[in-house]
Design a protein around this ligand. Structure first.
Ligand code: ADP
Ligand code: MG
Length: 431
């Protein structure tokens, strides 16, 4: 008798473990390969369904499955988990997948499984929000209610399952234990994901805070200079020539402070704008008047090479795009104080939509290239060192990437890429 009990116990546990391993692999794989920053909303949920389908296929075709353990353990554990943690779409798809598996592959009776799993699905959909907001203990309590509801409906419609008491008790205990284990694991992995997300945001706010602190320092210098000149201007013995010179210096200092504030605000202000289709070629046309007036002062020749595809559409925000174009072309022109040529090219490549801004200016050495884009890094007397940082931040919000190539005394090539599947793009902050 003892040996028989042990045999049943082992049989159930081994089968439960097999099913559980498949399901947990699907759930954890899903979390690992679909970080929220890359996939959002329904797109992410569809990936859950895809992973579940592939693993269910392997499970149903390559494992030896006990039909009773399947409906007493794997279905309630997986379905409860999917609907409670991930919501409607994954829940409904899991419901479908397991009912199809149960009926078509394992030839279980259809009505009890459909009734029990539907009851669980509906309760899960109802409790989903409360479940997500609750603590781990609350989550497990809600799952237990769902599990018992499932078991109650299943066993009352299929009483034959209760013939082997040891079998059914082991299955029940296994389901309770598996529910607890899956919740505990998933809860912790998900919590890490949330913490990571929060950290990324916190980093940005910390940077904004640091910037604000160093900004006051950066602004104070030009303002002190302006104050000094204004003070000198009080002297009655000044010639009108000197006066003119000092006024010029004082204004310069104030302009410099103003430029720092403008760049900082562009970086720190929350991006509330609407992402919509914009034509890159049109955006370039719109900033041309500003660029040409700058270029005239430095004797720079501008060449525009628009793409064959016209209009060339990306998903973005016109205001941000223009700011990026201005900052980059301004850098290009400023790199050519003795004249040169600036080329702005747009094209559709294999990767997506590209904008290439090339200058024949002073260029950058490797170390300079690494530092460009860091807050307040500038090699210019009147620079703010915030322009490229702003460009990075704006492009990031439009799912764009930026790459630089530069050679000292030869020039700089700046390439902006908007991938076709813009939504899933990652942006490296490096310049
Ligand atoms: P700023 O223009 O105020 O100096 P940016 O962040 O726009 O600040 O640029 C940072 C630094 O990167 C510049 O001071 C310059 O040294 C370098 N840089 C950026 N673009 C170019 C370019 N096209 N050619 C050469 N150097 C550049
Ligand atoms: Mg600049």
């Amino acid at each position: 008798m003892g040996k028989g009990c042990l045999k049943v116990f082992k049989y159930v546990v081994v089968h439960e473990l097999h099913g559980l391993l498949y399901f947990m692999s699907a759930a954890l794989l899903y979390l690992v390969i679909t970080p929220t920053r890359l996939y959002t909303g329904n797109r992410r949920k569809m990936l859950f369904v895809a992973i579940l389908t592939v693993l269910s296929y392997f499970y149903l075709f390559y494992e030896h499955i006990d039909p009773d353990i399947y409906i007493l353990h794997l279905i309630p554990v997986s379905l409860g988990f999917a609907v409670l943690f991930e919501g409607a779409i994954p829940g409904i798809c899991t419901w479908f997948a397991f009912n199809i598996g149960s009926y078509f592959f394992l030839h279980n009776e259809i009505a009890p499984v459909v009734a029990a799993s539907s009851c669980m699905l509906l309760l899960g959909l109802y409790a989903h929000k409360r479940f997500l907001e609750g603590t781990l203990t609350r989550k497990i309590a809600i799952s237990m209610v769902l599990l018992f509801a499932y078991m109650f409906v299943l066993l009352s419609m299929k009483p034959s399952l209760m013939q082997h008491s040891l079998f059914i008790i082991t299955c029940l205990i296994g389901s309770i234990f598996s529910t607890w284990l899956t919740h505990y694991l998933y809860f912790n992995v998900k919590r890490q994901e949330i913490v990571k997300e929060k950290l990324i945001n916190a980093e940005k706010y910390q940077l904004i805070g640091q910037l604000a602190a160093s900004m006051s320092h950066e602004i104070r210098n030009p303002l002190t200079i302006s104050r000094g000149f204004l003070q000198i201007m009080r002297k009655p013995s000044l010639t009108s020539e000197d006066l003119e010179k000092y006024i010029h210096f004082a204004i310069d200092g104030i302009d410099q402070s103003n430029a720092i504030i403008t760049d900082y605000l562009n970086f720190a202000k929350p991006h509330v704008g609407k992402i919509e289709p914009i034509d890159i070629n049109e955006e370039i046309k719109a900033v041309m008047p500003f660029i040409t007036s700058l270029a005239l002062l430095s004797n720079v020749d501008i060449q525009i090479l628009p793409s064959d595809e016209n209009p060339l559409i990306i998903m973005g925000e016109s205001k941000k795009m223009r700011q990026c174009l201005l900052n980059l072309t301004k850098n290009g022109i400023e790199a050519m104080p003795d004249g040169g040529s600036l080329t702005i090219q747009t094209l559709r490549s294999q990767v997506g939509v590209e904008i290439i801004i090339k200058d024949t200016g002073v260029g950058m050495r490797k170390e300079q290239l690494r530092s460009a884009g860091l807050p307040f890094y500038t090699t210019k007397e009147k620079g703010t060192g915030l322009g490229l940082m702003v460009v990075n931040s704006l492009l990031k919000s439009m799912n764009g990437r930026i790459y630089f190539e530069s050679k000292p005394n030869k020039g700089t090539r700046c390439q902006i890429v908007f991938k076709d599947n813009g939504k899933s793009m990652k942006v490296s902050g490096t310049v």
